[in-house]
Design a protein around this ligand. Structure first.
Ligand code: SAH
Length: 399
């Protein structure tokens, strides 16, 4: 394809691309023809000049190209992008046909062949987050394709207010991209649980859809339990415990706003066994220490903290944070109790996370068993060629 600019890789640096890894770092590039525009499609060639495929040009980022096509014969154009969107949506048919839930991830970035593009669906509204120059370049096509391919999609809202855009030289952007304005709060359900989602100001695109399977796993241990739901956000795990017949649930979060939504969600969600529900605006690190000093204990503790490590350099601080809260939680756990503990830091591997929890158990003088491992839900798949796509992992431990 002669109309696109060419990027030629250094000798020996084609390996990842040949194996369909989507990222090409600046250091792998030998030279570039012309001056491709931000987010424009470039052809990627090995040192001998053989075309390996096509990707989006990110001149400001260390990840200089993100591959869209690994075939020299398939040049990404508007129809290509629309097809990728439609294929990703088609893979979520089981979620979109109603029943168990009316909210799911529609596009999971690299792992769905659309680097930098995230789209989530909340009962009639699609919310997109475009993190890279290439994603931004194809914004119009993505929004139109979502309107077309998602059954019952009334509008597409843009939540591209992520820090990652700075690394791409892009400013933050939010607003309506297509169709109708979303309501202020969108009510979604996950089985019997009801959540109100604020797509304009909520975390991520509004909600943590990635913990759906883990919420169900935690619910299975909740019957009759006294539950401490740390980092509760809008209720998540605690609502699963309530619907499953917990004796009591205490939601703890630093955000009063998140907790006021958690309270409303708790009122909307069935409470078949009259679970006593409590909402505490507090710093979890301090609250766990306070409970320890008071000699409090719980049957089921959930630790779902925000990302502690963004990069590999933040790893030491992150592991200290994970160890601290897990150690404290283990001390508060009644014998035979369950600790559901999570890490959404991509830089923390499942192995490292398990090791940190093992060290915490050692220091807490508790022998713990792993009864289940969780990961991001199935609508957040990980391409085998892109292991970086796995960010969320969890351990369900028995004390
Ligand atoms: N468990 C939730 C998602 C948690 S997101 C769910 O399933 O939906 C992380 C939450 O931690 C956010 O709501 C944030 O407000 C809260 N948070 C961050 N740091 C905190 C701290 N030190 N103490 C208490 N809450 C904190």
């Amino acid at each position: 394809m002669s109309s696109v600019n060419h990027v030629t890789l250094n000798h020996g640096r084609e390996r990842a691309t040949v194996h369909h890894h989507p990222w090409i770092f600046s250091g792998a590039i030998r030279d570039v023809t012309g001056s491709p525009g931000v987010g424009e499609t470039v052809a990627v060639c090995d040192a001998k000049g053989t075309c390996l495929g096509y990707g989006s040009w990110s001149p400001a980022s260390q990840i200089r190209v993100r591959m869209l096509s690994f075939s020299p014969d398939v040049v990404p154009d508007a129809a290509f992008v629309r097809r990728r969107v439609a294929e990703a949506v088609e893979r979520r048919r089981m979620f979109l046909s109603g029943g168990e839930t009316d909210a799911c991830r529609l596009i999971n970035a690299e792992s769905d062949g659309l680097p930098g593009v995230v789209a989530d669906f909340y009962a009639g509204t699609a919310v997109v987050q475009l993190a890279t120059a290439g994603a931004e370049f194809w914004k119009r096509e993505i929004a139109d394709a979502l309107m077309e391919s998602v059954p019952g999609c009334a509008g597409v809202w843009n939540r591209s207010d992520v820090a990652a855009r700075e690394r791409e030289g892009l400013s933050q952007e939010t607003g309506l991209l297509a169709g109708a304005e979303p309501p202020e709060l969108i009510e979604i359900h996950e089985g019997a649980i009801r959540f109100l989602v604020d797509v304009r100001k909520g975390h991520k695109t509004g909600f943590y859809l990635d913990q759906r399977e883990a919420r169900a796993a935690v619910g299975a241990y909740a019957r009759g339990a006294e539950v401490l739901n740390c980092f509760s956000y809008t209720g998540g795990f605690g609502l699963a415990a309530q619907a499953a017949g917990a004796r009591a649930v205490t939601h703890v979060d630093a955000s009063a706003e998140a907790l006021s939504l958690a309270k409303r969600n708790s009122e909307l969600t069935p409470n078949p066994d009259g679970t006593a529900v409590d909402f505490l605006v507090a710093d979890v690190f301090k609250q766990l220490r306070l409970y320890r000093d008071q000699g409090r204990s719980f049957d089921l503790i959930v630790l779902d903290p925000p990302k502690f490590a963004d990069t590999k350099s933040g790893l030491m601080r992150a592991t200290r944070g994970y160890k601290d809260i897990n150690l404290l939680a283990m001390k508060l756990l009644r014998p035979g109790g369950i600790l559901a503990t999570f890490s959404c830091s991509g830089a923390v591997t499942p192995e490292l996370f398990a090791k940190v929890c093992a060290e915490a158990a050692f220091d807490a003088k508790r022998d713990m068993q792993v009864v289940a491992r969780t990961r991001q839900a199935a609508d957040h798949p990980v391409a085998l060629a892109f292991p970086e796509g796995l960010y969320l992992k969890g351990l369900i431990l028995r004390g």
